[in-house]
Structure formats: C-alpha cells, structure tokens
Write a protein that binds this ligand. Structure first.
Ligand code: MGD
Ligand code: MGD
Ligand code: SF4
Ligand code: MO
Length: 742
C-alpha cells in the first residue's frame, strides 16, 4: 500500500488529497491535512474517487463507429481514421466547418487545458463554443471591460473579511465557484467566530443560507434592482474616497444613472423591504472589511452582466474593492495576462473581435456564444459546422434548447469526443478518445487557481506510467494538433510541442517589462527544468509569474519549488493590486459603459412589470457534478434526486404533495418529474437541477440510466439573452407548472 499526494480536482475547490493506492488502484481518499489552502477538507465526491476510477462503464479504449456501433479499436486506427476524415472535411468545406465544444471538466485537466490553445490555433477555425457562455461569461466580460482583462475577477477575501454577501451562490453545496476557497463552510464559521457576518441572498434558503448569519429571500432576477438601490443609498449617504474611486473614469455620470433606483422604488420587485435595503447598505458601507460576491444566480439570469457590473460598483462605492478583507484580485503563481509585463494600462478588453456567421453574435473571450451553437450547425452555406470535436463536455444535456441542439448534432458528418464516458453527447460520436486514469496524469489546477483566495499552486507528477491501451491527454491533444496543422497524426509530437512553445516564448519576449524581454526564445527554452515538455511549460509559466525567478538568475520560485512542496505551495494571502492590475487603454477602471445605461432602462421597465405565476431556477446538488456524476455508485441520496422543489403555499394551492408528479413546461417543451414540497423556497419559484435526463444511456452509463431524472434544458430556450455576452437565462425563466393527474 502506498500513499499518494494529489489534488481531488473534481470541482473548483481543488482540495488537497491523499490517496491510498494498492495494486495500482486507488482504494481510499483522505483529505491532506498539510495542504495550506484546503487544510484537511474533502467532501463525499472526493471520497468517491475510487468508485469513479473503477467504474466499469468508463471508456478505456478508443471507440470507433463501425456499421452504426461504437466498437473498441487500437489507437493507431483511431488516429488514422481521424486524420483521414478530418483532413477530408477540412479540404471539402474549409476549416471553419470544424466546430469545437469545450466543457467544464477541461478546467480540471492540466494537459487538455495546456494543449488546447496550440491545438485550436492550428485548427484555424473561430467556431469555438464552451460552457462559459452557459455560466460565467458575463462575469468575466464585465471584468474585462472594467479592468481590461477578463481574468481580473475579484474574489472575496474570505479569510480576512468581516462581512460577506453571497448573492445567487451556494458554496456549501457547490463548494464554491470562481472563488477557490475549499472547505467554505469552515471558513465561514471562522468568520463568525471572529465576530464577522455572512448574508445569503437567494430565492431558496440553501444549505449556505442555513449556516449564514442572515438569509435574505430575494425574488428571482431581483438582484439588479436591489444592488442599484444599495448603490443609490451609498451615494446618498456619501462614500469614502479610496484608491479605487480615484481610478474610476466618469464615475459622476454613472452615479446619475442610479437616481431612479431608490429603495422604495425597487422594494416590491426584489422582494426586500426598503428599510432592510437601507440597513444592509449601511452595514456594508460602515464595515471596512466587507465583500460582495455573486455566482450562478447572478451570471445566468435576466440581468446577468448588469448584476456583475453592479456588484463591482457596490464594492467600489462601499470602499471594498482591492482592500484586504474586501473583494480582491487573485494573483496566481503562473503567469497570465494581468501579471504579464508592466501593469497600469494595456490593450483593453474587447467583445466582438469577430461575429458569428448566422446571427452576427459578437465573439466573447474568443468564443462564439452557445446560443449560436445549433444554428451554426444547421444553416447551410460556407462556414456551416460539419464536424464537431467535444472535449470533456456534454452539450447534449448542458445546453438549453436541448431538442434543437441534439437534432443539429445528429446531422453532423463527424463528431469526435475526448471523454471518459459514453454519455448523451459522446454516444453520438464517430470516435471517442478516452482520457487515461487519474494515477497516470500530471495535475495542476491552473484554471482554478486563477480564482483562489490565496496565491497558491499544487503540482502532482504522474504516479505511474501509462500501460495497455492508455494514452495521455497530452498525446491526444498533440495528435489532434498534428492533424489540424496538416502534419499528419504520426508527426513528431515533441517537435510540434517545442515549436508551438517557442512561439509562445517569443510572443512574451516582445512584451515590455516581461521577464523574458530581450531574451532569445531558445536561450529561455534551454534554461528550463522539467522531465518533459509539459513540465518545462510549467517551469516557464512559474518563472514568468509574479513570484517567479525569471531567467536572469533572480530570486523567486521555479517549477522545482512545486515539486518540493507536494502538499501545495502557498505564496501568501492576496495583496492590493490597483493600479498594477489594470490593463485598460485609459489606465482607469472603466465603470462607464453605455450598455449598462441601457440595461438600467430595461431594469426600470422590468421593475414595473407584472411577474409570471411561476419562474424556474436551478440548483447544484452536493453529491453531483453537472451531468456526469450520476453514474458513480454510492453517491445516491435523497438530496440528490431530480425533483422540482416548490413552496408549501403553491403546493397547497395546487393540491400537490411531495412525490406527486408535476409537469413543468414552456413553449420549448415539457418535462415531468416528482415534486418536492419545501418551506425553503419562495412562493412562485420552482427549483430544478440540471444535468439530468439520462433516459437513453442503458448499457452505457447504467447507474445513471437506472435513475435518469428529467432534462431541465428541454424547457429552457435561448430567446432571452444577456445583451453583452449572449449568455442564456437559466434562472428566472417563466414556466407553467401543473400536477400530473394519475
Ligand atoms: N439548465 C442549466 N443548464 C446548465 C447549468 C445550469 O445551472 N442550469 N449550468 C451550466 C454550467 S455552469 C456548466 S459549467 C455547464 C457544464 O456543461 P458541460 O461541461 O457540457 O457538462 P459536464 O456535465 O460538466 O460535462 C463534463 C464532461 O467531462 C467528462 N470528463 C470528466 N472527467 C474527464 C477527464 O478526465 N477527461 C475527459 N476527457 N473528460 C472528462 C465527463 O464525462 C462529462 O462528459 O452546464 C451548464 N448548463
Ligand atoms: N456539488 C456540485 N458542485 C458543483 C457543481 C455541481 O453540479 N455539483 N457544479 C459546478 C459548476 S459547473 C458551477 S458553475 C458551480 C456553481 O456554483 P454556485 O453558483 O455556488 O451553485 P448554484 O447551486 O448554481 O447556486 C446558484 C444559486 O442561485 C440561486 N438563484 C437562482 N436565481 C437567482 C436569482 O435571480 N437571484 C439570486 N440572488 N439567486 C438566484 C439558486 O437558488 C442557487 O442557490 O458549482 C460547481 N460545483
Ligand atoms: S470539494 Fe470538490 S475538490 Fe474538494 S473533495 Fe469535494 S469534489 Fe473534490
Ligand atoms: Mo459551471
């Protein structure tokens, strides 16, 4: 038996874990008490890793469609098929005909993520779709506009704050998102123990709300109205002249936009009494260490981008942006846009660098919004998507307008999926390329640490070599790159990797103030440590980063320091970063954005409108993980059933008791599922989790198929989009609800 230190990496908490390995199999997972960030926390999902790894339904060899059936094949056959087919389609229809969808799980996978960019740039298509425009695109884009880089997203300084507002977020069950703070409830308890307070704003009294100091029941979509009134009251009271305020451009004009939003004017629409709004605003203003944080309930709703902008505006006005204990900008170990070169100003962030073919939707962070996904596959003409590559994602379930998305995918000429299961999406594939078991993988949660509440990183080397039919994610991505760049699948992968890496170094060396400024790329490359190119890339990013040693013999960290600290390398608490963080052209915080002036007009109209009888909201479930954890045996639990949570009042009125079947419908479609009557949700609100609807997975994902649930995306559409990023409204959608009479 051996103990192997690694990171769980199943969700964004990124907990340090110690795995007990026997005969090459993980038999147990414990928390790593010495991890400086997660400090000994893991959850039930982390503990279920042995079941996940040994799941008999996992795909372990490439599966190629022959005579309509997916059958196991050797990797050589898989890659040569892919090469021939993709090359033929690119020649026939052009490169734009290849679409790529990347899913959530790529952000937990070092190799897929590292080698995605080289692959996609070799492909030369702009048809990139990701789960981000089903999730956090409004948050990142608003940060991009304000601070000049879409990774400049603040996190609450939870370990030092005295007051946190959690809006539309349930970290007790999600374990936190865009805020890497493992063991969030423990951190919240410590906040309470030092006399601080936490307040949850949610239409549902969530597990986080139950543990918070205060729960404020807010109407679905009511956040923009509420926050505008909070900002209004702070302005009326007078706000502190902070560094952030002095950096804001055209603030006075922005504050005029807020004039109509008095607490009295918004109270009915957001469901919070005017005097409560005043009290909350004053508490926030009077507490020097306070932070407002929002998540899914704020980024996938009726006013997503406006809410994100208002959160930042409130943080700025209340004196909480970029102060210790407030809302702070993370500073990860690896270099990224907002730590590269001289700070203070930059090229700025722009949406719409290109537009989509069919509806001219603007590009968002190099992606075409998911709301365009189906139409780009359907509409004939040059640039129509004919082939799709999916990486660690399940758009067949996770995208709204499910029926249309599924039909469009069914008409493609080629689907290739890199995944570990035969799920709703990959079952449509012509080829599935499986990622190898966890013990063979190097790990570093590079995407997640961008949102960590401390400057922290934890690298794990592979525990064992690949064997039998296993191939690395790096190989899969580089073979795809070789094919996409026309070099053929059998090309020398190290040579491709090195070429692309040198190009990246060269790009950075042209950046003024970068640690490689003026150095020759090959000189930099030759100085790198690491057993292989992936590790050399890590060494490069660490040495280039804000704590890095650079390349001229300076002090600071290197990749070796990550190896020397397998329990996680902690480079300290967050520090104030204004104005260095700014990459806007003006060198200011660009709060004045005309789109939000227009959005405030839309908000005014909405405030006066009659609301529908029922609206839909979503929820994360503790023992689940979007669409793909329902096959892990042992995690079944009554709190993880796919139910429609409805309020006691609505249930009484409609004669519904828990367990009765209800129909939830929109013009888009209908789903039938059991009701769960609860006092914990506002009347008129219906909560249905996503990621369910596994009715077609018999023989593929058998545990999931036995308890399929319903796919809520069958009733969600793309008719109502965030005007900045075209992100769908997953929360706050009007629906019909009725009891299904037996
Ligand atoms: N109605 C509604 N829809 C939603 C949401 C909602 O709240 N409501 N949430 C949205 C959000 S926030 C997100 S992020 C998306 C998620 O949307 P997706 O990313 O499309 O869906 P996931 O279920 O996370 O899919 C992850 C996939 O990665 C695979 N996988 C897991 N581990 C590995 C690995 O090691 N290697 C490889 N190659 N594959 C792996 C899994 O088998 C699974 O197929 O859903 C969105 N859709
Ligand atoms: N266990 C588990 N963990 C997960 C996942 C999972 O599936 N299971 N998924 C991961 C992913 S991909 C993500 S993106 C994160 C999401 O992480 P979170 O955002 O923390 O999780 P959610 O449960 O989606 O929380 C959103 C909350 O918003 C509320 N809400 C809905 N509409 C509104 C509204 O209009 N206003 C307000 N104020 N609240 C509203 C909902 O009731 C819900 O409680 O979780 C990640 N972690
Ligand atoms: S909270 Fe997330 S990262 Fe931590 S053990 Fe659970 S699933 Fe793994
Ligand atoms: Mo997500």
């Amino acid at each position: 038996m051996e103990l192997v230190r690694t990171t769980c990496s199943l969700c964004e908490a990124s907990c340090g874990a110690v795995m007990t390995v026997q005969d090459g199999e993980i038999i147990k997972v414990n928390a790593d008490r010495e991890d400086p960030l997660s400090g000994g926390f893991i959850c039930a999902k982390g503990a279920a890793i042995p079941a996940l790894e040994s799941d008999p339904d996992r795909v372990r060899t490439p599966l190629l469609r022959k005579d309509g059936e997916l059958v196991p094949v050797e990797w050589d056959e898989a890659f040569s098929f892919l090469d021939a087919r993709l090359t033929q389609l690119m020649a026939k229809y052009g490169r734009q005909a290849v679409g790529v969808y990347i899913g959530n799980a790529i952000s937990h996978n070092l190799s897929l993520l590292t080698y995605f960019e080289p692959f996609f740039s070799s492909l030369g298509s702009t048809n990139l779709y990701t789960a981000a425009t089903l999730d956090q695109a409004p948050r990142q884009s608003v940060s991009g506009l304000l601070y000049g880089d879409d990774q400049s997203v603040t996190v609450p300084d939870i370990d030092r704050t005295n007051l946190i507002w959690l809006i539309g977020a349930n970290p007790a069950e999600s374990n936190g998102s865009m805020m890497i703070a493992p063991g969030f409830l423990g951190r919240m308890q410590k906040l309470h123990a030092r006399g601080g307070r936490s307040i949850v704003f949610d239409p549902r009294r969530t597990m986080t709300a139950e543990r918070a100091s205060e729960y404020v029941a807010i109407s679905p979509s009511g956040d923009a109205a509420f926050l505008a009134a909070v900002a209004h009251h702070i302005v009326k009271t007078g706000f502190p002249q902070t560094n952030a305020i002095s950096l804001c451009g055209d603030l006075d004009e922005v504050l005029e936009w807020l004039e109509p939003f008095t607490p009295e004017a918004v109270s009915t629409a957001c469901g919070i009494k005017a005097d409560t709004i005043v009290r909350l605003a004053e508490e926030l203003l009077n507490e020097p260490k306070a932070a407002v944080y929002g998540r899914m309930g704020t980024t996938t709703q009726m006013f997503s981008s406006l809410v994100c902008w208002l959160i930042d505006l409130v943080n700025i006005l209340a004196g909480n942006l970029d102060v210790v204990g407030g809302a702070m900008f993370p500073r990860p170990l690896l270099v990224q846009g907002n730590t590269l070169g001289l700070g203070g100003r930059g090229a700025g962030y722009q949406i719409g660098k290109w537009t989509s073919r069919v509806s001219n939707a603007p590009e968002v962070s190099f992606q075409i919004p998911m709301s365009c996904f189906a139409e780009e596959m359907e509409m004939p003409g040059e640039g129509q998507i004919r082939a799709l590559i999916t990486l660690a994602g399940n758009p067949a379930l996770s995208s709204p307008d499910s029926a249309r998305v599924n039909a469009a995918m069914d008409n493609l000429e080629l689907i290739v999926s890199v995944d570990i299961y035969q799920n709703e999406t990959t079952s449509k594939a012509d080829l599935i390329l499986p990622s190898p078991p966890r013990l063979t993988k190097p790990n570093y949660d590079l995407f997640l640490y961008k949102f960590a509440v401390r400057s922290y990183g934890r690298y794990t080397q592979p525990y064992r070599a690949l064997r039998g039919p296993e191939r690395s994610d790096r190989e899969i991505m580089l073979r795809l790159t070789a094919i996409a760049s026309g070099r053929g699948w059998e090309a020398d992968l190290d040579a491709i990797d090195k070429d692309l890496f040198l190009a990246k170094i060269e790009m950075h060396s042209a950046v003024v103030g970068s640690k490689t400024e003026g150095l020759s790329p090959s000189e930099v490359y030759d100085s790198l440590d690491g057993l292989n190119l992936l590790e050399k890339r890590m060494d490069y990013d660490v040495r280039m980063g804000p704590f890095g040693a650079g390349f001229s013999g300076g002090d600071g960290i290197r990749f070796q320091d990550l190896l020397d600290n397998p329990q996680g390398l902690d480079c300290g608490a967050l520090v104030e970063r204004l104005p260095e963080i700014l990459r806007t052209k003006s060198g200011r915080i660009e709060v004045k954005q005309d789109i939000f002036k227009n959005e405030l007009v839309r908000l005014s109209t909405w405030i006066g409108q009659k609301k529908s009888e029922f609206v839909l909201i979503g929820r994360r479930q503790l023992r689940s993980n979007n669409s793909w954890f329902h096959n892990v045996p042992g995690l079944e639990h009554r709190t993880r059933e796919c139910t429609a949570q409805i309020s006691t009042q609505d249930a009484e009125r409609l004669g519904i008791v828990s367990g009765d079947l209800v129909e939830a419908s929109t013009e888009q479609g209908r789903i039938v599922l059991p009701a769960e009557v609860t006092e914990k949700i506002l009347a008129g609100t219906v909560s249905i989790p996503h990621g369910w609807g596994h009715g077609k997975l018999d023989g593929k994902m058998n545990v999931a198929a036995a308890n399929p649930g319903a796919n809520v995306n069958d009733i969600i559409d793309y008719n109502d989009l965030d005007p900045l990023t075209m992100t769908a409204r997953l929360n706050g959608l009007p629906i019909n609800l009725s009891k299904v009479e037996s």
